[in-house]
Design a protein around this ligand. Sequence first.
Ligand SMILES: N[C@@H](CCC(=O)N[C@@H](CS)C(=O)NCC(=O)O)C(=O)O
Length: 217
Amino acid sequence: MALFFYHGHGSPYSWRVWLALEQLRVPYELKVLSFSEGDTRKPEFVAINPRHTVPTIVDDGWALWESEAILEYLDERFASGAPVLYPGDARSRARVRRLSREAQEYLNLQGVDRIVDEYFWKGDAPPDEAKLAEARERVATELAYFAKELRGDYLAGSAPSAADLVLYPMVAYVKRVTQRKPESKLTELIPPPIAAWAARIEAMPYFDKTFPPHWRG
Ligand SMILES: N[C@@H](CCC(=O)N[C@@H](CS)C(=O)NCC(=O)O)C(=O)O
């Protein structure tokens, strides 16, 4: 039976799993859910995932949600030979988990998410400049931190690890916010090593099809 991948365009959580499926060359059937149509809340999807979130996978009839759990599962189930997304010995693998958590906790939740909230989720109210400045500072600090964590082309060596796939959509959001709100000048916060790292991920042969279609243009 096929592996079904339930995805929502623009979800950073779901994007990381799509990149992982491609990197691991897992055969899958893509099921795109529309947030605006409320697809995640429809009974047929809630029956699969009671938390009604993407990403969700259904592998041979078995459902799994939570992006980081999915990344670990995919690596254990589909990487042939050695792990790909969590490579190396116990310490290297723990480091990938640490970096993934740090990207989520500090860059995303304390930085990018707060900026997105200020600009896009307040209706007609203007962004709170103090909150923006604080979140901007966090984004700058975290991007500089991750630049120092590069080990060769990627965070864990010569191929993207789970940590790279978790981090990438956040950097894409930094670019997307700047595209929609040029006054934010967020891309100025991306240090050259992270810009070059992002360009390497964007050059992956599978990257283009994972790019949110509504972000183009
Ligand atoms: N912790 C979850 C977060 C997933 C999540 O929040 N997904 C959002 C999109 S970014 C979603 O599916 N929201 C739809 C809903 O809650 O109905 C993960 O890592 O997978």
